[in-house]
Design a protein. Sequence first.
Length: 293
Amino acid sequence: MARPRELRRRIRSVENTKKITRTMEMVSTSKLKRAQDRVVSARPYAAALRDLLADLYAPELADRFPLFRQPPKEGLRRVALIAITSNRGLCGAFNANLIRETRRRLADYEQRKVAVDLHLVGKKGINYFRYVGRTAASQRLDIGDRPTPRHAVELVEPLVRQFEGGELDAVEVVYAHFKSAVSTPPETMRILPITPPAQAVGRSGGRAVSILKPSAEGILQALIPLYVRNEMYRALVETAAAEHGARRTAMKNATDSAGDMIDLLRRTYNRARQAQITQELAEIVGGAEALKG
């Protein structure tokens, strides 16, 4: 059994760790609320863009916009894959799950002989793929957990130009889908080409009761870039919110585990202290008996 002095030192150490994890849990809870508000604000705008795109989509119009160009019949030749991770750890399996999804997509494309340009966002993903020797087409460390629409534009605009020029057949992003603070599964979303909305497929034009000014083509000209940028922005804000949710959960579990460990150490310390006192009493009684004899 450990000595009482050693047990007291271990108890103080775990108590200090518990204070740190508790503080990090509270900070993540505060940041999660703001990040969740950004996700809630972004989703209605994305839904409105999709509905408007469905209203305006028509096959004869889609042929005039390169971003609607579907992959060639012989299959994909080159794909851009954007992998979003965090810059910091202490968030459980959050980054590991995103990296695993990215590796799965890479393995799938490589098996089909498709060239992949890997674009990395976040320190954890950059460090991992550097460690395994995978070259990245671009790296971003400056976005962090507070992405802005400007960040989304900077990420997606070069890829849009490559797609329009025929250098890329598709653009995908691996991100964490924020369902709740405890459910943030990694997902892969295809940003380009824009898939025709299901409710618009087979329709010859927009709604018959709609009067469009200047024209459906003119509106789509302005709408399509907004749609692509917003999809990228939504992936960034959802991943940021998922990171805070994962870190809050991880720190809460660490705090609870530290509390359980402190209780166990205190019980062990009490037993050790009681055994020490009993031994000292026995020695005193034995010494007294020896003096009597």
